[in-house]
Design a protein around this ligand. Structure first.
Ligand code: ZN
Length: 271
């Protein structure tokens, strides 16, 4: 019995450990993978204008009044396999992107790593504080490439994809939070096109998005949707709560009654 417990503890410890220095990291656009212990040297050698690696740190004065989100890059490749929002009666607080085990995950913007450890459900998770109340999280990693307290650059490899925590397949669970409140990453990214959305590029000032102001990232970046597509686990109550309307109003403008059955894929008018 004691032997079994020791084995179990060992396995847990191993899972959360840093990856072996002999492991390889794949860098987009590079033909050959790089050894992890040579990664920092490799990053230093990159030209400053390189899109993914070697980006100079923006100093505070150089972030033009809050264009922070538009400077985000992708956290990884991979197609969306699960969207942000209600899913079978639970709130899914991020976007899931399909990965192969060991795929490289990147910091979407410069910042300070505030967490690089196991978290219930999320498995191995890295959280980066980008300043201006914005932070991003990267979960289910098979390995960490950064430690808490480290300053990272935009596009810097921070971990390798996996399926640790509550995950049925290798994928990245990616979250963006503003003042601790998560919002839909698809308001910022068009993952299919592999880029930041046009609406984000149009935002003039992040200060408009910060708490204390009326607008929030979710309302400004995404604009308030006119229609809503019903997904699994939705109910009239949930939808009205989410969009700050009432069941009565939803019923009225959609010719429904309060007992109407919602089908997945059905389009509801919100206003
Ligand atoms: Zn997820």
């Amino acid at each position: 019995m004691v032997f079994l417990i020791v084995l179990f503890l060992n396995a847990t410890a191993l899972q959360a450990q840093y990856v072996n220095v002999d492991s390889l990291v794949h860098i987009p656009g590079e033909e050959y993978p790089v050894y992890i212990n040579e990664l920092n040297k490799f990053l230093e050698e990159q030209p400053a204008e390189d899109f993914l690696v070697g980006q100079e740190l923006f100093d505070d004065q150089h972030i033009p009044a809050g264009n922070l989100l538009k400077h985000f890059t992708l956290p990884s490749g991979g197609r969306v396999i699960s969207r942000y929002g209600w899913r079978s009666g639970r709130m899914h607080t991020g976007t899931d992107l399909k990965m192969d085990k060991g795929d490289t995950i990147y910091a979407v913007f410069q910042g300070t790593v505030t967490r690089s450890k196991w978290f219930s459900g999320y498995g191995n998770m890295v959280v980066i504080d980008h300043g201006m109340n914005i932070e991003t999280s990267y979960a289910h990693l098979s390995a960490y490439l950064v430690q808490a307290g480290e300053v990272v650059r935009r596009g810097q490899p921070i971990g390798l994809a996996g399926s640790t925590g509550r995950a049925t397949t290798n994928h990245l669970h990616f979250e963006i939070r503003e003042a601790g409140k998560h919002f839909n990453p698809e308001l910022v990214y068009d993952f299919e096109a592999g880029k930041v959305k046009e609406q984000v590029l149009a935002i003039q000032s992040i200060t408009e998005l910060l708490p204390g102001n009326q607008k929030t990232v979710s309302s400004v970046v995404g604009a308030t949707p006119q229609n809503y597509i019903v997904s699994e686990g939705d109910s009239l109550w949930k939808i009205s709560h989410r969009f700050k309307t009432s069941v009565k109003t939803l019923c009225l403008i959609n010719n429904l009654d309060e007992n109407s059955v919602l089908n997945v894929g059905m389009v509801l008018k919100l206003f």
